[in-house]
Design a protein around this ligand. Structure first.
Ligand code: CUA
Length: 235
């Protein structure tokens, strides 16, 4: 095999490995709703910041080796003051502002028009979903049904240990804590099936504690939910 062929295979292999985690049903970098999009944007900002910082540090490091005279004029005091304190303060401040602005968008603040609410209960090792909008008992196990394009408040709790509700393409993680309710607000922009997992170690069944979020076209939602609840009770 020629040298250039080996080089090409290496480049392809490394690129493949680097991007393998970027797509797929559990990818935070393939957002399908506004909450997940905010999180993905913050991730890209953090990545861009770290790439720039890395480049600056490596650049200075290389200069120190190959062109030490260029850096000789900078006093030790200035290295510490500007390299150590000013630069890191500016970077941290910018990242902090980005995190606050984007994080603020994830908070489930009261709205003038209250969004649709669903209950999610974690139990070793299943997720039980119920629907206050439906009269009478309403339970779907491991499948959450929502209307696409609408804001949904998922009220998350647990009946035993701490679990964590996480559907990465729709929203961030939220802990399911016994005796307490945490709310995660999400919207699935398009109808589809989105995967979710329990993201807090909760015992031997933890890795099997998956769930699915099905976003139905809004006009078909009520019927689809009624069918799913009926199927659950006859099982
Ligand atoms: Cu439930 Cu991990």
């Amino acid at each position: 095999m020629s040298r250039s062929a080996i080089k090409r295979i290496c480049v392809l292999g490394v690129t493949g490995l680097l991007t393998a985690g970027c797509t797929g049903p559990l990818s935070t970098l393939e957002p399908a709703g506004p909450a997940a999009a905010s999180i993905a944007l913050l991730w890209w900002i953090m990545l861009a910041g770290s790439v720039v910082l890395f480049a600056i540090v490596i650049g200075l490091f290389t200069l120190a080796f190959y062109r030490p005279a260029w850096l000789a004029g900078i006093s030790a005091r200035n290295w510490i003051l500007h390299g150590g304190i000013t630069m890191s303060s500016v970077v941290i401040l910018l990242l902090l502002v980005a995190a606050f602005v984007l994080g603020e968008r994830l908070v489930a603040r009261p709205l003038a028009d209250p969004p649709l609410a669903v209950q999610a209960n974690g139990r070793m090792w299943v997720w039980e979903f119920s629907y206050p909008s439906v009269e009478g008992p309403s339970l779907t196990t491991n499948v959450l049904h929502i209307p696409a394009g609408e804001i949904v408040d998922v009220r998350v709790t647990s009946s035993d240990v701490i679990h964590s509700f996480w559907s990465p393409r729709l929203a961030g993680k939220i802990d399911a804590v016994p005796g307490h309710e945490n709310v995660v607000r999400l919207t699935a922009e398009r109808p589809g099936t989105y995967r979710g997992v329990c993201a807090e170690f909760c015992g031997v069944g933890h890795t099997q504690m998956h769930f699915t979020v099905i976003a139905h076209p809004p006009e078909a939602y009520e019927q689809a939910l009624a069918d799913a609840i009926a199927a659950e009770t006859t099982e």
